[in-house]
Ligand binder design. Structure first.
Ligand SMILES: Cc1ncc(COP(=O)(O)O)c(C=O)c1O
Length: 316
């Protein structure tokens, strides 16, 4: 039977065997409250025998910004983190689509309220995560009764772990109500995002998405989707405040994010989106992204960092 976890994590500056990467139980609770993280996808290319990491530098730069905003010390440069991720992928022999999770947490519980004494540790783990791009995967969405956190409460623009309690409450609510995914409104009653993805819709031939001051994460996939819509599909993209009812009248709606990739929403609050199927713009965007992340379309090859997952690892 295949192991249920990879052989190694990267922790405290080195590769550590999975079973040896432990903390004491009393370190739970406050250590994670102040943590920030990243979610990054690597796509396996069977032809090239390489894992192609999508927009690695952008994710690691965002991690640097997240640590800065919550005042966590970050001793590693973006280059050092990228090298550590490559080493971990090689050591874990990641020869399938993989989710890469760097996590920076406060390691000194005693210093949790004194920003001058904060200490941090960095953990990176990998886990298999298959792509669903182009498979026909779609979801039914419901606007949650929970309001999205705003920049005056907690910073939605960064991947601050505590933000995810807000999204988790919304997800619990809509799943118990029989839907697949929540959409959240900001305190102004405008559409913000899903708990783990941004949202965009097509209406009148334009792609429209809530702007970055609508209480959304500064999403890297959203940025890619905007680029592809403009440059590959040649359609106009508008970033602005969005009303909930615009989603009910949209021709197409989808979420986008690292885990979500591009996920068509085929109903919102039981209003069928368009004809209830996956629309042409969503399909074209999925197909464009799929070609890029698998390395078969080299127009955006600069978005990929290839790692040869079979290369032997230097001694550590
Ligand atoms: C709250 C939230 N919004 C949006 C996104 C999409 O961001 P990205 O495309 O950078 O993964 C994510 C993460 O995937 C998220 O957690």
């Amino acid at each position: 039977m295949a192991a249920e976890h990879p052989g190694y994590v990267w922790w405290k500056g080195e590769l550590v065997a999975w079973n040896e990467a432990t903390v004491h139980v009393t370190d739970l609770a406050w250590s994670a409250v102040g943590a920030v993280f990243e979610g990054i996808r690597g796509y396996w290319s069977a032809e090239r025998e390489e894992l192609l990491i999508f927009r690695l530098a952008e994710h690691l730069d965002r991690l640097q910004g997240s640590t800065r905003l919550v005042r966590l010390p970050m001793p590693y440069s973006t280059d050092e983190l990228a090298q550590s991720i490559s080493a971990l992928i090689r050591e874990n022999e990641c020869r399938e689509d993989t989710y890469i999770f760097p996590f920076v947490y406060g390691s000194s519980a005693a210093a949790r309220f004194d920003p001058r004494k904060l200490e941090s540790e960095t953990l990176i783990r990998t886990t298999p995560m298959a792509s669903h791009l182009g498979t026909g995967f779609s979801q039914h969405a419901k606007v949650s009764t929970w309001t999205r956190i705003s920049d005056s409460v907690m910073p939605p623009r960064i991947k601050n772990i505590s933000n995810y309690r807000n999204g988790q409450l919304a997800t619990h609510e809509v799943k118990l109500d029989g839907y697949d995914v929540a959409l959240m409104l900001n305190p102004q009653g405008k559409v913000s995002e899903a708990p783990g993805a941004c949202v965009a819709f097509v209406r009148g031939g334009k792609l429209i998405t809530p702007d970055v001051t609508s209480g959304i994460l500064e999403s890297i996939t959203r940025d890619a989707v905007i680029t592809l819509a403009r440059d590959v599909l040649g359609i106009e993209v508008v970033e602005r405040a969005v009303d909930r009812t615009e989603l009910y009248l949209a021709d197409e709606v989808f979420t986008c994010g690292t885990a979500a990739e591009i996920t068509p929403l085929i109903s919102v609050d039981k209003y069928p989106v368009g004809d209830g199927g996956i629309g042409p713009v969503t399909k074209a965007l999925e197909s464009a992204l799929l070609g890029i992340v698998r390395g078969t379309d080299d127009r955006y090859a600069h978005w990929l960092t290839p790692v040869d997952a079979t290369a032997s690892v230097a001694a550590h």
